[in-house]
Design a protein around this ligand. Sequence first.
Ligand code: NAD
Length: 511
Amino acid sequence: MAIVRSIPGTAEGRRRLALDSPVDRRPIDEIEVADAAEVAAVVAKARAAQPGWAARGVAERAAVLRSAVEVLVARREEIIDTVHAETGKPRVEALTMEIVAGCDFLNHWSARARRDLRPHRQRLHGYLLPLKKLYIDYQPLGVIGVITPWNGPFILSLNPVVQALLAGNSVVLKPSEVTPRSGEWVVRILREAGVPNDVVQVLHGDGETGAALVDAEIDKVCFTGSVGTGRKIAASCAQRLLPYTLELGGKDAMIVCADADLERAAAGAVYLSMFNTGQVCMSVERIYVVDSVADEFVRLVTEQAAAVTYGPGAADMGPLFWDRQLDVVTRHIEDAKAKGADIAVGGSPAAGNGLYFQPTVVVGATHEMRLMTEETFGPVVAITRVRDEDEAIRLANDSRYGLSGSVFTKDAAKARRIASRLVTGSVVHNDASVIYGVAEAPFGGRKESGVGQVNGTGALRGFTHPQPVLIDRWQTKKESVWYPYSEKTQRSLEAVVRYGFGTRLGRRFLS
Ligand code: NAD
């Protein structure tokens, strides 16, 4: 469904979109675009259903969502069929990225929810300790709007939806119009597992529907998509002081050090640039290889990239999922050629009707080229030689994006040293995009790559309001600092400052 066309609307005046296959452009589906009135109605149902879902408690919600793993396992072939029809990605790629990761997230978050979301007592410090007790309750926010892109159409919808539900919210999902049915599967399996219909709902449509959802009576927006749309959403949320997370685009750099295992680095460079046809927000988009090993690295990459199979039915690589993406990739390669880069492999859209682009290796890329500065999102390995690791770090940081990055070296301590100098949301040693699948790792972009984080210990709690409740231990008639002020009040405060904060022992005691 990657090619989206407007078609005549319904008798009731609703807009409609037709969707054609990226493999062979045959028509495969149609959707009606939900307008602001339908969005408002769906959100109202979500709001009405939310208190009942929250009242079921975290253990019961977790049990329902845990049982969704079984539903996902049972339904996996149908989900893969849908993802494959909408994106053309090889079935094995749908299995890895959408199903295996989906099972893992569901299993992990539902197991963790009780621990991470249960109300708990927090020990107080210093002079407060004998006076008060502090409890933290994790209150659901209400209705969460989840808006998602087309590149990981099932998993990028499933992950935030599951977290928001576990936290006791109801959810309205607006998947990409490019891959609507893959997103819809998330709602189908969760309902089948027992989540009430009004607690998890799907709305189809394009940017109009997404914008209407942001403007509706929701309590948080969780958005994954492009920087341009992220900015619009942030602006709308700012008007209403609505909280949001934005998981946006990237231009991730891979640094190949002189001591890297070059076979692994070359295999990684090709796979991590081309997996999902290069349409992963943490795809390797730029490679900086240290001069002393660059010739051998380029030779190995060229050999491996030339062996990647692509085209309808090919084992390795599917088409681009969206016709406009084919234009972007083509423009970036033409620009690189015009500015003097060498095309070692591929370099053109493939012959035929589908949205295929040849697996491509570009050598001698520079920061004057769009290929090294704008998100390409295509099956392209773009290589730049650098003098040393310092130059690699400087160039890696020379980007308006800061999603993730990778360092290939045999020395793990060096990888950590380099990581500490990279201005990116995350860094991976001898690998790359796997980081999104590591549920324990707080994931999110810096600079224009996003605001906030999904995954990690704060993830489930990000869909709640952590409410501190301060309990009075002694229930005396009044606190010593309340009115009326007296000499005694003054003296006791002076004593806290002088003997507490004014001495080393006191500071230790009060910390
Ligand atoms: P997009 O911004 O065009 O669309 C994303 C979603 O937003 C779609 O559902 C779309 O219908 C909706 N939308 C469009 N206009 C809207 C508006 N004005 N208000 C509200 N919603 C609106 O992005 P895309 O092309 O679908 O996705 C690709 C982008 O997503 C790439 O830049 C990629 O890097 C990024 N991405 C980021 C992550 C991450 O975790 N950081 C993950 C995957 C993809």
